[in-house]
Design a protein around this ligand. Structure first.
Ligand code: KIV
Length: 280
């Protein structure tokens, strides 16, 4: 825990021109693997709802489930900054509970910061959480918790006025003290303008190469979730195929009585076994 990246180190990377690398994790083994690869920030994203729980909307995941997974991730993270994604119910239904819920991510689940998606009372909520001493990462552009209102899981900021709103929102989040901002699914040139205007780092997902860092949903990167694949979700490996092969091989070995072979079997010494038979 003590050797985790700090907020100051993350911000300093922008000044030094070093790219920030962020990934999601939802459980202990993947968190440990990702952390040991030297990833800067691990986000327990509410994308958990889609890629782990098979739910349609991220709104369907609540505080208890997010905390349950975040605690598991926390046990696997030594070096990365750990960010908890505040679920919709934690701050958008009753913003007055936002600080209490943000504190639960830090005190119960070991997070170093929380992330909030933009909504109409986002600035007040972010400010309250920051004043309570908890660092906040903002999130503008496509904000899946309000995807329905944004016309679905689509590119945002396509026209000048909506692009301007995204730029204004990002600047306002910086002003209230956010330490970084996720830019999701916006045109590259708009992301570039935001990145230039802000002193805090921008972390893009579907926002082009000019951002100060990049984030992907780990299950997309690993090819574990290919039922819905946005254009920006680069698949670095097809783990679904590799897992499918292994499971099929196991099925066949069991059916053909090839598994377990001697290598995977425990034995008892013959003299002991003899006694056992005699006693019987
Ligand atoms: O929930 C999530 O995984 C996210 C990332 C896409 C940034 O918010």
């Amino acid at each position: 825990m003590n050797s985790r990246q700090t907020i100051q180190e993350i911000i300093a990377k922008k000044k030094k021109g070093e790219r920030i690398v962020m990934l999601t994790a939802y459980d202990y083994p993947l968190a440990k693997i990702i952390d040991q690869c030297g990833i800067d920030i691990i986000l327990v994203g509410d994308s958990l709802a889609n890629v782990v729980l098979g739910l349609k909307s991220t709104r369907e995941v609540g505080m208890e489930v997010m905390l349950h997974h975040t605690k598991a991730v926390n046990r696997g993270v030594e070096h990365a900054l750990l960010v908890g994604d505040m679920p919709y119910e934690a701050y958008q239904i009753k913003p007055e509970f936002a600080v209490k819920n943000a504190k639960r991510f830090v005190e119960e689940a070991g997070c170093n910061a929380v992330k909030l998606e933009w909504f109409d009372r986002c600035l007040d909520v972010a400010q309250d959480i920051i004043r309570a001493g908890i660092p906040v990462m903002g999130h503008v552009g496509l904000t899946p918790q309000n995807a329905e209102r944004l016309g679905g899981m689509k590119l945002q900021g396509k026209d000048a006025s909506s692009a301007q709103k995204i730029i204004d929102n990002a600047q306002a989040l910086e002003k209230v003290g956010c330490f970084s901002i996720v830019l999701e699914c916006i045109p590259d040139k708009i992301a570039e303008i935001i990145t230039r205007k802000l002193k805090i780092p921008t972390i893009g997902i579907g926002a082009g190469p000019a951002c100060d860092g990049q984030v992907l949903v780990t299950h997309d990167l690993l090819g574990l979730f290919d039922w819905y694949q946005p254009k920006f979700a680069k698949q670095y490996v097809k783990l679904n195929e590799i897992i499918g092969k292994a499971v099929t091989q196991f099925r066949e070995e069991v059916r053909h009585k090839d598994f377990p072979s001697a290598q995977y079997t425990f034995t008892i010494k013959p003299q002991e076994f003899k006694k056992f038979k005699i006693n019987k």
